[in-house]
Design a protein around this ligand. Structure first.
Ligand code: ADP
Length: 326
């Protein structure tokens, strides 16, 4: 960590389109320091400010002599670091020292990959296996950060990267539609619903179009998705006739497969074989990781690997924390 254990705690924030992520240090047994993580919905900014104050995460600059009596500036990234500057100044008396969002996401990912053993893992066929990362085999890689929107970056070294592309059809789109269609109140409720649902109630699969016999004859996989939500078109059912569980399951698989496919295409163009996924969209959710892994494996004919990260939602905040050492 960039500071000595006896030093006051450090806090960095990533204020995104949906969530405010906090990473901070706390002293722990043995005189060391550990990292702690917290998140708040962006609309609950006040709760976040109260938390920061209650945890004693705002403190004066090292020296209280002379004129340096201001509070130490907090490193912050994400668009909200600009939008909420005044809120932090007025309510906590603290300045936000802005750090570039993509720089932060990349340093956060590189920090996890290079300093935290076991932080990277694959999730195939229900099995989680950790991936050995050595400095010689890490770069280059593709980083897909799935937040409200999706950013796709090619990372070639520490601080060496290019934001290749992105898509506005991301976690915000899915969760927005989920709120409208299923009435779910939280993301975790949405994930739980999806877990109990069956996407084949709404999704059109190859078998529905060709019939099982033809599929078998032509060697087509009967369960391959032909059109997400496609069955709705020919059905007389209204929205209220569908179970929220099935709607949630369909939404999650539609978005997850789509993002995975775009990631595969970008990785193919750039000839990258390893794709790391971050962002709060994943939320440590098994079937999300499972579907991403399956899709990357399927499209790449097992030539590419999807890799996930612990603390995947905190890449930007971790990177901002690292920037105290700059
Ligand atoms: P951003 O920086 O744009 O806020 P995040 O990486 O924090 O992006 O991811 C936000 C996305 O993560 C949401 O669009 C949603 O899909 C998902 N998500 C995970 N947890 C939550 C939550 N508690 N509330 C809302 N969305 C959540």
């Amino acid at each position: 960590l960039p500071r000595q254990p006896a030093a006051p705690p450090l806090l960095a924030l990533d204020i995104g389109g949906t969530l405010i992520k906090l990473v901070y240090t706390a002293s722990c047994g043995g005189g060391g320091a550990e990292l702690r993580f917290a998140k708040f919905e962006r609309r609950r900014l006040q709760e976040c400010l109260d938390f920061v104050r209650a945890q004693g995460l705002v403190h004066r600059n090292g020296s209280t002599m002379g004129s340096s009596k201001e509070n130490m500036a907090l490193k912050a990234t994400g668009g909200g670091a600009y939008k909420y500057t005044e809120d932090f100044r007025e309510k906590l008396g603290v300045c936000l020292d802005k750090v570039d969002e993509m720089d932060s996401v990349v340093s956060g990912a590189n920090f996890l990959l290079q300093s935290i053993p076991g932080a990277a893992f694959t999730h195939m066929n229900g099995k989680r296996s950790s991936v050995d990362i050595s400095p010689n085999n890490l770069f280059p890689y593709l980083l897909v950060n799935i937040g409200s929107g999706v950013s796709i970056l090619k990372v070639t070294g520490n601080r060496k990267f290019e934001r290749v592309t992105g898509t506005h059809i991301g976690g915000g789109t899915m969760f927005g539609l989920a709120k409208l269609l299923t009435g779910c109140k939280s993301y975790d409720e949405f994930l739980q619903l999806s877990q109990k649902g069956d996407n084949f109630v709404l999704d059109l699969i190859v078998k529905d179009i060709c019939g099982e016999l033809v599929c078998q004859k032509q060697g087509l996989s009967t369960s391959t998705l032909a059109s997400s939500f496609g069955k709705v078109i020919t059905s007389k059912k209204k929205l209220t006739d569908y179970r929220p569980e099935d709607l949630a399951s369909t939404l999650l698989s539609a978005f997850t497969y789509n993002i995975a496919q775009i990631s595969f295409l970008v990785a193919s163009i750039l000839r990258l074989r390893r794709v790391f996924f971050g962002g709060s969209y994943i939320r440590g959710h098994k079937s999300t990781m499972q579907n991403i892994s399956y899709a990357i494996d399927f499209w790449s004919q097992s030539q590419m690997q999807a890799v996930f990260l612990q603390h995947e939602g905190y890449l930007g905040a971790l990177g901002a924390l690292m920037s105290y050492g700059d």
